[in-house]
Write a new protein. Structure first.
Lengths: 995, 94, 187, 417
């Protein structure tokens, strides 16, 4: 195997398990435990991506979730394609197939890089200034081209078959981050006895310990300490350890979102295992131990492949056994880079120079480097690099006082390590709305005032040293759990000075030099300065004008440097420039993980009635009404809906039809004050409704508009059986509860939803009584005993029933209410009994036609939330003598009695064969051109088979006064003449309800 | 997702609740006698403070009771929750 | 014509539903159910008839001889009883409460019940239910309405590893399938 | 005003883009103005621009408590359409749409108005009825809107799932081809720059803390964090904060402020050609010119000024997105944020005089006022300048709530039986 940059020994990867993988079609070898980035680096592949705007060749600069450059797509199969993954987080598995992005035709030769040549003419925000002429060219030319150039990876093209799970979890202490601070926090918190969850985004717990070499804790090498600590935590029943688990969002009241990646690292995952699990964790206390992120240096040409963060280089070396180069230049303003230089030196890498910005670097790490004979250059800035697809030289210049540099020296190298210091990860703290404080000494923002039950510990609050981090973490864990524990950690490690540098380095390279601040979005110091020059002073404007910090890394490496540059140009201290808002997610979260199981049939509950399966077996076509499935029509043979509905309508009127009305909302209103309550809620009067009688009820909102309707039966003096529309059931019950609980708590009445207790079978048609007769016990079906709008209780085929004599079709009709479990059997019994009488099943569509023929409204179709009872012809229902009911006062508002309000009327098209479209508009005169004067619209429109012509209901301005008038309905094929007619088209005398 | 303390059931996740708008707006005894201005106030005018807000919640998927809460709309932190009918608690900086 | 339906004519919403044994899911047998509301006198009368006190502590259940009263709200209880108690129980309660203001509504078939037991019970429930189901937070005997994914359920812990889930009839297939999907990796 | 053009960009390119001047000045507030606009969002800046340009008021200022466009203008999903149901609404939004069509040229600022079409999906028979009603009403009003079958919808938006076995199958959709998106920040900046060039003082970091009224009750000055500013006319365009600002003058409005969230995915190459909205399953989506999928849905349920909301809201939104576009399930959410939207009882805006002389208000745009920006700004300017509404905003009074002349777009889409 040829992996030229792999060390001979060391690293946490498994040298016994070689793994082959491909990148851009070429196969390489790595080891289990490698990331794609470490394995590519080991193979000497430095070029991993192209930048967003200029298509500059880019290599990896980081080793974790802060990586801005090395974005790749990973394709497991055609349907499992994921773009924009960080190579630093993609774990290697046998056969992994990955490709680079945002380049064509190849990563090494990318046509898009002409943008780089054009870069002087396409600075930040250039698109706001051009592409305006000629106007049409924007749509046809400019925008399509801008769009085509943008974007990073490409979208998946097929439905993702993988499973995703959500779960809720609770704990006393949640620890975010499994580095020394987080581990210590968990150790302490666990002793409090409560539940502790520790989540870390990496593949292994340990944080910075995973790449530490020489430190000892409690006298043990840190590796050993780590292993022991993890084992002891894992053994505790109250501790849950989550790895590959990113805490991505901190929400109100200590709710933290965590995504756990379960299968992406496996070569052949079990299809049943979820790809990711999203944890919604409600924690009593949170300890944030999220560590810190290394800051790059901002210098000209700082983006060539081979230039990377010093601590990332250490990670590659110590954790993955990969040398970042063979001859390395280190550029730094921080001690941490010396640790990297020392480790690399020990591993046999040549350190060509350590260019330190500081005039007098000192301290144990620096001394150790001196002792090792490393070539330290104090007061030295890196001012450029060269190289095509990999860096080949670094340009080092001595610093001569304020912002000036002396003559440069070119140093050949194949890698540059840079470090500006570490930025504490305050992302989650800030998301929690905790207040940050600028620390002038550490040159960083640190957590100050907490907004939630939360505390930060370790590097994320500026406690960078290992000893400090352990102690701080332990104290935080103890405090969070309330455990009275204390512990000290004996640490031996070389610790550096935590201070670093921010902003651009001095250089002598002129205005066109490109010193990148935001790598992924190609934002340079020049862009930031341009934004300031153009008057953008707020950092929020600068962010949006230049797009700095808006890339997929959300500025993890760039935000503080951008602040530094801007502060410099504005001559303001950094805290006065401000900070952009940290938002969730910390790192991008898969849509599928957020959606979880809610897909297909589990997207929303599918509510089906007890009779649903029967209808399905008969070939019914269903429609969605709120969560319910309702049978819409029952086609026979090759019938389409129109044909089926005509047949169903005729059958009902000629014989009898059977209809599943189970979805109607039902509320049992019970108690001595039931009638009083009904009086207050509904527009109707209820006091005089006799027991065993029914009434059509209309419900308004307090603003006077009709919100629901339904038949109400009085079962007993103190008991009403109220029905509502299918979709309105929860709304009506909620509204009633609101009034009852908060306005009239003194009323002795209670509400219970009985929607699902009853299956409801509507039997409508002249033969209805005949069919029922043989089935019913204990109920006299005669018109005298059970007249229209009455009810009786008895049995039907032995099953207790509430039988309503009601009609929504205008025919003799009954609604059989039986307990749900018996719904299907009773239905089948009625069905069988109806066979000799031409019984036909019908669906909602026929129901709609039948009621329209009778001029009955459907709330939500005739009404649209802006109709009063009077508008839809229901004045007769309003209890005029009642002093009050919900909505009454509003009905007295001026607008409610305007003569030109829309009112419900019937319409006949002059040509009875023409069926208007529902929603079609009405005008008074023909031949209008837009904007027309619209006076109404069609709410319902059908072909009426019994009438042999079309009918329509419409809301027309001043409609009732227009009876007989000719109006028009504009349509794409011309104005359709219509005549205003009464709303009742069929059996206006209402004789048929009597059979 | 907020954590809301139902006065009956204790702290519960927001998913179990429905929000009911401003609290302490009693329906007038005799709406028909109200002036149009007063009725409009009752119907539509709601406090929309930036700061402490007395609001109604219903523990819809719990005990189903309406109750009231004092919440700071600049932080979403609850200062108190209390049963319907009880007076708005005094003071209570967030 | 035969005037009564065959005894097996009743069909529960979960008839025929089965799940992998590892999930510990089962449909509970049919039961008699009432929602009881009322003022103090009526409640006292109901307690006398039931033979045990209605739980007044929020979110707690009380039982005697296969009859249970689950606290749903400060003046609302779900009464569960064997199927055979049927209407007779309702009539007895009505008679006992008489003219005292109350509401007793039978909802035996408005809802159905799912039982989930075993070591995975809380884990599967927490895929859709946002409550803390730790024994300390949700002890045996606790009951409450809550949500499970997009359905409302009544959740009642009957043993450390066993829950009784009340769910409206038409939502029960959804809850069942959701629990099944939640546990697909164990099936 | 320094002209923006390709030529100028090129010229500046030769000198390292060093010759650009500030897009707007950063003036100190004067002691007095002829009119003051409170709120430096698109609506407020636009109002100032039209006041200066069309009504000749040059001694005016826009006062913004933070940074320009930092309110909802800077946090909206930029959907622009005008296919509203009621004549009044359609007229207002279409007035805006017509202004959008020439805005880049008018302002000499490319606001990237992109008429890629807005497709509203119907999933139920009821949806179909409602949308067809819209289509008919719009056409009669001269507003383009057309009905597409499910197959036509898919042809227009290839990622769309129209499988009949979906939980809520797509039955078709209403398409407004003239609808689309625009670059939100550019709208604020473009108006600011153009207004500034006409002499308007744009004053950032200047929070209005009180409104002073004279003995007659009319406005006379505002107190701000940067001093007292006298003015006889105040236009309030403070979106989510309207209640707070009008409270300073003792005016109560029927408004409640809710958090509304949005999110973007990581950027990808062009895959999504239009805007798709689904009210029934609650989500809308488009792809920005930079490549992110821009996604939003409904508000959180409670009032709040925190500019954030709950994760479950986003989860519901993404459930819907993944249902409609299953191929996006492996895409990732990059950033989420919230705004504060002020909502009226009938979900229609108020652009009107208030009971206080000299005090004018533009508010109540709820979740949908970005699309109206030029129209709202234009009619607000008119109302301030003439002390009477433009015919287009005349129906959008405060009094409509008293009298019952609501313009209830939300109720009009009421869920049926
Ligand atoms: C997430 C989200 C998505 C949306 N999506 C869409 C969409 O797709 N399409 C659409 O049409 N609309 C959408 N909207 C609505 C739209 O954003 C707004 O209606 C519109 O931008 C309002 O513009 P504005 O100028 O009135 O308000 P804003 O831009 O909010 O401006 C008001 C300004 O007033 C300032 N202010 C407040 N108080 C004071 C004070 N006391 N002193 C000084 N200044 C003050 C604020 O700081 C703010 O800058 C969305 C909104 C949100 C939040
Ligand atoms: N001397 C220095 O200047 C310096 C600088 C940086 C780090 N260090 C070292 O850092 C250590 C500090 O320890 P520490 O524990 O504070 O930090 P750490 O970096 O060791 O651990 C932080 C852990 O948190 C994880 N993490 C971060 N954000 C996360 C999120 N949102 N979700 C899940 N996991 C997340 C990281 O993956 C990491 O494993 C010490 O060992 C110290 O030596 C030193
Ligand atoms: C249409 C639109 C597109 C956006 N695209 C991005 C983006 O690509 N990257 C990003 O980081 N933020 C993006 N944002 C979000 C902003 O970063 C920011 O969250 C938003 O303006 C709200 O401001 P705040 O988060 O600072 O409160 C976008 C916002 C909008 C309105
Ligand atoms: Zn409760």
């Amino acid at each position: 195997m040829n992996a030229p940059f792999r060390t001979a020994a060391g690293g946490r990867h498994d040298r016994g398990r070689p793994v082959s993988f491909s990148f851009d079609g070429k196969t390489y070898q790595g080891f289990a435990g490698d990331t794609l980035a470490s394995a590519l680096l080991a193979n000497g592949v430095c070029l991993m991506g192209r930048s967003f705007k200029y298509h500059r060749p880019r290599g990896v600069i980081a080793a974790g979730s802060d990586e801005p450059n090395a974005l790749v797509s990973v394709q497991r199969d055609a349907a499992r394609y994921a773009p924009n993954l960080r190579a630093t987080q993609v774990e290697l598995y046998e056969g992994l197939s990955s490709e680079s992005q945002n380049r064509w035709p190849s990563l090494a030769f990318d046509v898009g890089s002409v943008n780089n040549l054009a870069s002087p003419f396409i600075p930040a925000g250039f698109y706001y200034k051009t592409f305006m002429w000629p106007r049409k060219a924007w749509d046809r030319f400019y925008e399509p081209n801008i769009r085509a150039a943008a974007g990073l990876g490409r979208s998946p093209t097929e439905a993702d078959p993988d499973r995703y799970l959500n779960r809720y979890a609770h704990c006393e202490v949640l620890v975010v981050g499994g580095g020394p601070a987080g581990l210590a926090a968990a150790l302490a918190a666990a002793q409090g006895g409560g539940r502790v969850i520790l989540a870390d985004e990496q593949t292994e717990l340990g944080g910075s310990l995973l790449s530490a070499t020489d430190a000892t804790i409690d006298g043990k090498p840190s590796d050993d300490w780590l292993a022991e600590t993890l084992a002891s935590l894992a053994a505790l029943p109250n501790v849950t350890l989550l790895k590959r688990a990113t805490a991505f969002g901190y929400f109100a009241h200590n709710m933290i979102g965590v995504t756990e990646r379960l299968t992406d690292h496996l070569a052949a995952p079990n299809a049943a295992t979820p790809r990711e699990r999203l944890w919604n964790i409600r924690a009593k206390q949170v300890v944030l131990a999220a560590g810190s992120i290394e800051r790059p240096l901002v210098f000209p040409d700082n983006d060539r492949p081979g230039i990377l963060l010093a601590d990332a280089a250490r990670t590659y070396l110590n954790r993955y056994g990969v040398k970042p180069g063979k001859r390395v230049v280190v550029a730094t303003g921080h001690d941490g880079a010396y640790r990297a230089a020392l480790d690399l030196h020990r591993a046999g890498v040549e350190i060509a120079a350590i260019a330190d910005l500081r005039p007098n670097p000192t301290g144990p790490l620096v001394e150790a480097a001196r002792a090792a004979g490393l070539p330290i250059r104090p007061a030295c800035a890196i001012t450029g690099t060269s190289g095509g697809l990999r860096v080949i030289t670094a340009r080092l210049s001595p610093i001569k006082g304020a912002g000036q540099v002396g003559p440069a020296q070119i140093v050949p190298c194949d890698a540059v390590l840079m470090s500006g210091g570490f930025t504490p990860s305050v992302h989650l703290f800030s998301q929690s709305r905790g207040k940050l404080r600028w620390d002038q000494d550490l040159l960083t923002y640190l957590p100050d005032q907490s907004a939630e039950q939360e505390r930060s510990a370790g590097a994320c609050r500026g406690r960078f040293g290992l000893a400090e981090a352990l102690a701080d973490g332990f104290a935080a864990g103890a405090a969070a759990s309330g455990a009275e524990v204390s512990r000290t950690f004996a640490v031996e490690a070389l610790e550096g000075d935590p201070r670093g540098v921010i902003g651009a380095l001095p250089h002598d390279r002129g205005v066109n030099a490109k010193a990148f601040v935001d790598w992924q979005n190609d934002v340079t110091t020049k862009d930031l300065k341009l934004a300031v020059r153009e008057g953008f002073q707020s950092i929020e404007h600068i962010k949006r004008y230049t797009t700095t910090g808006m890339a997929t890394d959300q500025g993890k490496t760039s935000n503080l440097n951008a602040l530094g540059v801007v502060a410099d140009v504005l001559h303001k201290p950094i805290p006065e420039v401000g900070l952009t808002t940290f938002r969730m997610p910390y790192t991008p979260v898969t849509f599928g993980a957020l959606a979880g199981l809610a897909r297909g049939d589990l997207f929303d509950p599918v509510r089906a009635t007890p009779i649903h399966d029967w209808a399905a077996e008969q070939g019914a076509v269903f429609e969605d009404v709120s969560l319910w499935k309702r049978a819409r029509y029952f086609p026979r043979g090759s019938e389409d809906m129109e044909a089926a509905v005509r047949r169903e309508c005729v059958s009902v009127r000629a014989g009898c039809g059977i209809f599943d009305a189970s979805t109607l909302g039902k509320i049992e209103v019970v108690g001595p004050d039931a009638a009083e309550f009904m009086n207050r809620m509904y527009v109707n009067a209820w006091t005089k409704l006799g027991v065993g009688k029914c009434r059509y009820g209309v419900l308004c909102r307090e603003d006077g508009f009709v919100t629901d309707d339904g038949v109400v039966g009085r079962i007993a003096k103190d008991r009403f059986h109220v029905t509502t529309t299918t979709g309105g059931a929860p709304r009506v019950l909620g509204m009633m509860e609101d009034y009852l609980q908060t306005e009239w708590p003194d009323l002795n009445v209670w509400l219970t939803s009985t929607t699902e207790q009853w299956a409801v079978i509507a039997l409508q048609g002249p033969n209805a009584r005949r069919i029922l007769e043989g089935l019913v016990e204990g109920i006299d079906l005669s018109p005298e005993a059970l007249p229209h709008m009455s009810l009786a209780e008895g049995r039907i085929r032995g099953v207790p029933t509430r039988l309503f004599r009601v009609s929504f079709s205008g025919e003799l009709g009954f609604e059989i209410n039986v307990a749900a479990d018996h719904g299907r059997a009773v239905w089948e019994a009625v069905w069988a009994a109806g066979q000799p009488h031409g019984l036909t099943p019908y669906g909602t569509e026929t129901m709609h036609v039948l009621r329209a023929e009778k001029g009955f409204i459907i709330v939500g179709q005739e009404t649209d939330g802006t109709a009063t009872p009077d508008d839809v012809g229901l004045t007769w229902a309003v209890g005029k003598a009642k002093p009050d009911f919900v909505g009454k006062r509003s009905l007295a508002r001026p607008a409610m009695s305007e003569p030109d309000r829309k009112q419900l009327v019937g319409l006949y098209t002059d040509d009875g064969a023409v069926v208007l479209e529902e929603g079609a508009q009405i005008v008074a005169t023909a031949g209008q051109t837009p904007p027309m004067r619209l006076i109404g619209h069609v709410t319902s429109s059908y072909y009426s088979a019994v009438l042999g012509r079309s009918i329509a209901l419409a809301m027309v301005s001043g409609g009732r006064a227009r009876l007989g008038e000719s109006l028009y309905s504009p349509s794409p094929v011309g104005d359709i003449p219509v005549k205003v007619v009464p709303t009742v088209f069929y059996d206006p005398e209402g004789a048929r309800v009597n059979g | 997702m907020l954590l809301i303390t139902c006065p009956y059931c204790g702290p519960r996740p927001e998913l179990e609740f429905s929000h009911g708008g401003e609290a302490h707006i009693a329906r007038p005894e005799k709406p028909s006698e109200l002036s149009i201005e007063d009725w409009t106030q009752y119907l539509y005018l709601r406090a929309n403070p930036k700061g402490l807000h007395a609001e109604r919640w219903r523990h819809l998927h719990g005990c189903a009771r309406f109750f009231n809460a004092l919440r700071d709309t600049t932080t979403d932190q609850f200062v108190a929750t209390y049963k319907a009918g009880e007076p708005r608690p005094t003071g209570g900086a967030a | 014509m035969d005037k009564t339906l065959a005894p097996n004519a009743a069909r529960g919403a979960l008839d025929g539903f089965t799940a992998a044994p590892a999930l510990g899911l089962a449909a509970a047998c049919p039961m008699t159910r009432f929602v009881l509301r009322g003022r103090a006198e009526a409640l006292a009368a109901a307690e006398a008839e039931l033979g045990f006190l209605l739980p007044r502590q929020a979110c707690r259940a009380a039982s005697l001889d296969g009859r249970h009263a689950l606290w749903l709200g400060p003046d609302e209880w779900l009464i569960l009883a064997p199927l055979a108690d049927g209407p007779a129980l309702g009539e007895a309660l009505e008679a006992a409460m008489g003219a005292h203001p109350h509401s007793l509504v039978e909802i035996s078939q408005r809802q159905t019940a799912i039982v989930i037991s075993g070591p995975r019970a809380t884990g599967l429930l927490n895929v859709g239910c946002p409550l803390d189901l730790d024994l300390a937070a949700f002890p045996v005997g606790m009951c409450t309405r809550t949500v499970f994914a997009k359905a409302e359920i009544g959740l009642w812990r009957r043993a450390p590893d066993s829950f009784h889930i009340e769910v409206w009839r038409s939502f029960s297939p959804y809850v069942w399938r959701f629990l099944e999907a939640a546990g697909a990796e164990y099936a | 005003m320094q002209k923006f053009s390709a030529l100028e960009l090129f010229r500046q390119g030769l000198s390292g883009q060093s010759g650009w001047r500030p897009q707007w000045r950063n003036p100190e507030p004067k002691a007095a103005y002829d009119a003051v606009i409170i709120g430096g969002g698109g609506h407020g800046l636009g109002a100032a621009y039209y006041l200066a340009k069309q009504h000749g008021l040059r001694n005016i200022a826009v006062l913004e408590k933070g940074w320009l466009g930092g309110g909802n203008t800077g946090r909206n999903t930029t959907i622009i359409r005008s296919n509203y149901l009621f004549d009044e609404s359609a007229a207002l939004y279409d007035h805006a749409l017509k202004l959008w069509e020439g805005l880049s040229q008018d302002l000499n600022y490319n606001v990237m108005f992109s008429q890629r079409g807005v497709l509203m999906l119907a999933h139920t028979v009821h949806d179909v009825q409602v949308f067809k009603r819209h289509v008919h009403a719009n056409r009669a009003n001269g507003v383009d809107n057309e009905w597409l079958s499910a197959e036509e919808a898919k042809a227009f938006c290839p990622p769309l799932n129209i499988q009949p076995n979906m939980r809520y199958p797509v039955l078709g959709g209403a398409l407004q081809r003239r609808g689309g998106t625009a670059r939100h920040d550019a709208v604020a900046w473009g108006y600011a720059r153009a207004a500034d060039a006409l002499g308007v003082d744009i004053i950032e970091n200047c929070e209005v803390t009180a409104i002073r009224r004279n003995a007659a009750g009319a406005v006379e000055a505002v107190e701000t964090t940067r001093g007292v500013i006298k003015t006889p006319k105040i236009g309030v365009s403070a979106a989510g904060h309207t209640s707070v600002v009008l409270g300073m003058a003792g005016v109560r409005l029927p408004l409640e402020s809710y958090p509304l969230q949005a999110l973007v995915s990581e950027p990808i190459k062009p895959v999504f050609p239009c805007v798709v909205m689904s009210n029934t399953i609650h989500a809308y989506i488009s792809q920005s010119d930079k490549g992110e999928l821009v996604i939003g849905a409904g508000t959180d349920v409670y009032t709040s000024y925190t500019q954030r909301g709950g994760l479950h809201i986003n989860q519901h939104t993404l459930e819907a997105i993944c249902e409609l576009f299953p191929m996006f399930r492996r895409m990732r959410m990059l950033r989420n944020w919230g705004g504060i939207v002020d909502v009226t009882p009938d979900r229609s805006p108020i652009i009107a005089k208030t009971s206080v002389p000299g005090l004018y208000v533009n508010c109540g745009w709820g979740t949908g006022g970005f699309k109206a920006t030029p129209g709202a700004a234009h009619t607000l300017a008119w109302t301030i300048a003439k002390d009477e509404p433009h015919p287009i905003n005349a129906p959008f009074t405060i009094e409509r709530f008293r009298d019952g002349f609501l313009i209830d777009e939300a109720a009009a889409a009421a869920v049926a039986h």
